[in-house]
Design a binder for this molecule. Structure first.
Ligand code: PMP
Ligand code: GLU
Length: 411
């Protein structure tokens, strides 16, 4: 059989985040020293109490409702209310195997076009492509903290000139590590033009500002929210996510539920019970300490890497930085990242994986290459950590940063 793969699928590659993880593991197996700044995974252990609830429920074997365990949806509804000030009823929340799956189902169900800011997380565009939804990019700049301006959004909506549009916004942002400061203005344009927003809030609990603002606050009737356990509680491999829709769009949730029932059926049972504990319990101490460590490590990289050759914004959330290496030596950011990996052992992802033009010399740097369990055990303060502490508990991040600094001097 020839050409039996659909065109839109055949042209996809495996996701670059997962591919870099596997590439780094292969290099490590050959004995090469590698600094894994490529993959974005929480370095911290899952809180013990949550793990013990999972163990206690391991014997539960029956399928749960396709939309997910009602207690879990209730707990997420309360968590969202506390965090956003907006009520997403438990009837309008669905539990999914990771929020990534929820987004894929959203694309499959949605009949319309997608607006993505560049930079955007690596999987939004391929997922839209799988579902044959057309993507329109808005290229952002460091001056606006790597988020679209309301003017850019309005122009883009006019140009697309279609009724059904979803804008995907992710703050704190993967890959830039920035927080959006103009939610109010973006929401105003979205509302005026009656488009939907997907607020990807997977990093909402890893923000370094005191109060996290959700765009749903400004446009509750048009905002979907996705989130899950992967980042804030270190449970990426557990694969638990959720998707919430406003009350007036419960039809959309119905479509997601049908798609869920025809694909993964329902999320695994013991995990959903453990997730109830994660959303009901008070994990503020764990979170404050993890955020302090991430912020301090991020600031270490930022302070040491910035120079007249390296433009970079300070870390504001998640665990990423997005340096721009000013040079005309390389044709593409991918070539540049290959050179960096080959010469220094530092693995980065090129800006082109996040929607930027290949000739923009941007890269994503994930500063999570340290043992979070040991770091957390030894640090109880929420005061900013000094360089000596970072050197002791995040030696790979320090050494990798030094290698990058040396490399950037050759530009
Ligand atoms: N959104 C962003 C921005 C991410 O970085 C990730 C990381 N995997 C996801 C969504 C998906 O997370 P998950 O499927 O683990 O919930
Ligand atoms: N979100 C992580 C990253 O951007 C990895 C997991 C994934 O892409 O699904 O590196």
């Amino acid at each position: 059989m020839e050409n039996y793969i659909k065109k839109n699928i055949a042209s996809l590659k495996p996701s670059s985040t997962l591919a870099i993880n596997e590439k780094v593991k292969k290099l490590l197996n050959t004995g090469k020293k590698v600094f894994n700044f490529g993959f974005g995974q929480s370095p911290f252990p899952i809180p013990e109490k949550i793990v013990s609830v999972l163990k206690d429920n391991a014997h539960k074997k029956d399928y749960l409702p396709m939309q997910g365990l009602p207690q879990l949806r209730e707990a997420i509804s309360k968590y969202l209310l506390k965090r956003t000030g907006i009520t997403y009823e438990k009837e309008n929340i669905i539990i999914t195997p990771g929020s990534k799956e929820a987004m894929l189902l959203m694309h499959i169900a949605f009949d319309g076009d997608i607006i993505l800011p560049a930079p955007s997380w690596v999987s939004y565009q391929p997922q839209a492509q799988i579902a044959l939804n057309k993507v329109h990019w808005i290229e952002t700049s460091i001056d606006n903290n790597w988020f679209p301006t309301s003017k850019q959004l309005e122009e883009k909506i006019k140009k697309i000139n279609k009724k059904n549009i979803i804008l995907i916004i992710n703050s704190p942002n993967n890959p830039s590590g920035s927080i959006c400061n103009n939610f109010g203005q973006i929401a105003e344009i979205a509302k005026k033009n009656n488009i939907n927003i997907l607020s990807d809030e997977i990093y909402a609990d890893i923000n370094f500002k005191k109060n996290y603002e959700s765009i749903s606050k400004f446009y509750p009737e048009g905002t979907f929210i996705s989130g899950g356990l992967s980042k804030w509680c270190g449970a990426g491999g557990w694969r638990l996510g959720f998707f919430a829709v406003p009350k007036n769009q419960s039809n959309f949730l119905k479509a997601l539920k049908t798609l869920a029932s025809e694909s993964y059926s329902t999320v695994n049972t013991p995990l959903q019970f453990a997730a109830v504990e994660a959303y009901r319990g008070d994990y503020s101490d764990y979170l404050n300490k993890s955020k302090n460590i991430l912020k301090s490590v991020g600031n270490y990289v930022y302070n040491n890497l910035k120079s007249n050759k390296v433009l970079i914004n300070p870390p504001q959330g998640a665990f990423y930085l997005m340096p721009e290496f000013l040079n005309s030596k390389f044709k593409t950011s991918n070539d540049m990242c290959e050179d960096i990996l080959y010469k220094t052992g530092v693995a980065l992802l090129p800006g082109s994986d996040f929607g930027f033009k290949p000739n923009k010399m941007l890269a994503r740097l994930s500063y999570t290459d340290f043992n979070g369990e040991i770091f957390l055990k030894n640090i109880s303060t929420t005061k900013s950590l000094d360089d000596e502490v970072i050197k002791k508990y995040a030696p790979n991040v320090v050494e990798g940063t030094n290698k990058l600094v040396e490399w950037s001097k050759t530009l």
